[in-house]
Design a protein around this ligand. Structure first.
Ligand SMILES: N[C@@H](CCC(=O)N[C@@H](CS)C(=O)NCC(=O)O)C(=O)O
Length: 216
């Protein structure tokens, strides 16, 4: 499947009001890719329905389905990071520089947030049931990692590179989710960056993508 051919095809984003789904939605919004939201009600266990398991046997969201017009089959992506890279492939100028040090700086910050912050946040959430001390240790660790992330801010005010990228998306969704746990007086540069992120239209639209049922 040629990715550029998919621009005119239907995109369906299956998800709920969770950080991983917000990341995917913000990426599609920033890339200017139209998509239809398919809400998955986690409280009703719809992620375990036969229809959803047929898309993602792991029973998780988000899932992006890129409908194919031909006989090549639909493209189904079941990782929020892969969905971000899909959007970045179609809109590199908006989401990830194609070459050079700028790309590597953006990727370094992106992987810092996905592996050193978001993964720990997910593990802490799981450990809250039965292992509160371990959950607390991980929470302290990922909050410290967020507070240490000021060093990735570029002089232009973005995470990693000189322009907005998938690193800003990874960073702003988790910072938004755990903002009450951060010592904001210690991180004025991150506070200024986050204020800009909250005003960005793609971020605002992505954070509200699953508020309303927009199914067609
Ligand atoms: N690594 C996956 C994680 C997906 C994930 O953990 N999704 C959660 C919501 S954020 C989920 O579907 N949970 C429902 C469940 O496990 O039943 C990604 O980045 O997309």
């Amino acid at each position: 499947m040629n990715l550029s051919d998919t621009e005119s095809l239907g995109l369906e984003l299956h998800g709920a009001r969770t950080g991983n789904c917000f990341r995917a939605a913000i990426g599609l919004e920033e890339a200017g890719l139209p998509y239809t939201v398919r809400r998955v009600e986690l409280s009703k266990n719809e992620q375990r329905s036969p229809a959803h398991l047929a898309l993602n046997p792991a029973g998780k969201v988000p899932v992006l389905v890129v409908r194919s017009a031909g006989n090549v089959g639909d493209l189904v992506l079941t990782q929020s990071s892969a969905i971000l890279f899909y959007a970045a492939d179609l809109a590199p100028a908006r989401l990830l520089p194609r070459h050079g040090a700028e790309r590597l700086r953006a990727l370094e910050a992106f992987f810092y947030f996905t592996s050193d912050v978001i993964a720990l946040n997910g593990a802490a959430f799981t450990l809250q049931q039965g292992f509160p001390d371990a959950a607390g240790t991980l929470t302290a660790r990922y909050c410290a990692a967020i507070e240490a992330s000021e060093r990735f801010l570029s002089v232009e005010g973005f995470m990693g590179s000189a322009s907005f990228s998938i690193a800003d998306i990874a960073a702003c969704t988790i910072v938004s989710a755990v903002r009450a746990s951060l010592s904001w007086n210690r991180i004025p540069k991150l506070a200024a960056w986050f204020a800009l992120m909250e005003k960005r239209p793609s971020v605002q639209r992505g954070l509200h993508a699953f508020d309303l049922v927009r199914e067609s």
